[in-house]
Design a protein around this ligand. Structure first.
Ligand code: CP
Length: 286
């Protein structure tokens, strides 16, 4: 089970029946977690993930200590391993870690033995975002086998990797729009998904638009997603932050756009992250 004593590091091997059980938990009332203290360790910028984890924990009765990277003794030459080992002695019940280095949350788990929630590690994974996205689709139709087309730089997207691991396990039909790059072709081959022409997204139930990861070297190979790319039946998603006019046109960013699931994703982030915190705390004490 990916949510275990170590926390949640990946969506790897999330068995579909456990996913269903977890989604049913999301819809149930949760335990009061007064007395639990988490540490928010964000070494990269975040609006949604950091603040929704903070709010989710507060709603459960938890308290948070926010680690500010610029104020740490890392600036004096201390290593990340020493830093996290020091923090572990202050007895947090869990860490929420975002870092530009892939697998850093896995290392923190090994160094400290404290449960770690991976809030994004380099291009590798963003498991809690994938749980939010999949819950959003499950809530619309829990029986459907969706066909989903990624639009954007899958190779540099941790959101794409985490979602794909779940969607492949669910046997959903996943493809990616050809942006002409070798990275996309190689990625598609490695994950066993189809590369389709842009017009092919009209056949998909859902178009998942990815942010251009400029900080990781993405460039704008595709012109922005627009209303003209959508068929009447298709919905579209984006994990945010949307780079308006680059990832998609302003016309798709309207809150009331009838085909957009973006605000559903945002709305669902709170109950999903509450359930994740509740499960991690429960399992850490089991
Ligand atoms: N979706 C996501 O991870 O957004 P933030 O970078 O704002 O946390």
């Amino acid at each position: 089970m990916p949510i275990g004593r170590a926390g949640i590091l990946s969506t790897e091997s999330f068995p579909p029946h456990e996913l269903n059980s977890f989604f049913r938990l999301v819809e149930k009332p949760r335990t009061n977690r007064k007395g639990s203290i988490g540490m928010l360790c964000f070494f990269e910028a975040s609006t949604r993930t950091e603040l929704s984890f903070e709010m989710a924990g507060l709603r459960l009765g938890m308290a948070w200590s926010k680690v500010e990277p610029s104020g740490l003794s890392l600036q004096k030459g201390e290593s990340l391993r020493d830093t996290f080992q020091v923090l572990s002695h202050y007895k947090p019940d869990l860490f929420v870690v975002r870092h530009s280095v892939a697998y850093l949350p896995h290392a923190v788990s090994e160094w400290t033995g404290v449960p770690v929630i991976n809030a994004g590690d380099g291009i590798n994974e963003h498991p809690t975002q994938a749980l939010i996205d999949t819950f959003t689709l499950w809530k619309m139709n829990s029986k459907k086998r969706y066909s989903i087309a990624f639009f954007g730089d899958v190779f540099r997207s941790r959101v794409a990797r985490s979602n794909l691991k779940i969607w492949k396990a669910l046997n959903w039909n996943v493809s990616v729009v050809d942006d002409g790059s070798e990275n996309t072709k190689n990625f598609a081959k490695a994950f066993g998904i189809r590369v389709i022409p842009r017009r092919g997204i009209r056949e998909a139930d859902v178009i998942y638009c990815l942010r251009v990861q400029a900080e990781r070297g993405s460039s704008y190979a595709l012109s922005p997603l627009s209303n003209s790319d959508l068929s009447k039946k298709s919905k579209f998603m984006h994990a945010g932050p949307v780079v308006m006019g680059k990832d998609m046109l302003l016309e798709l960013c309207e809150r009331a756009h009838p085909q957009s699931l973006i605000h559903e994703q945002l709305k669902n982030s709170l109950p999903v992250r509450e359930a994740i915190l509740d499960e991690v705390l429960k399992r850490a004490r089991a």
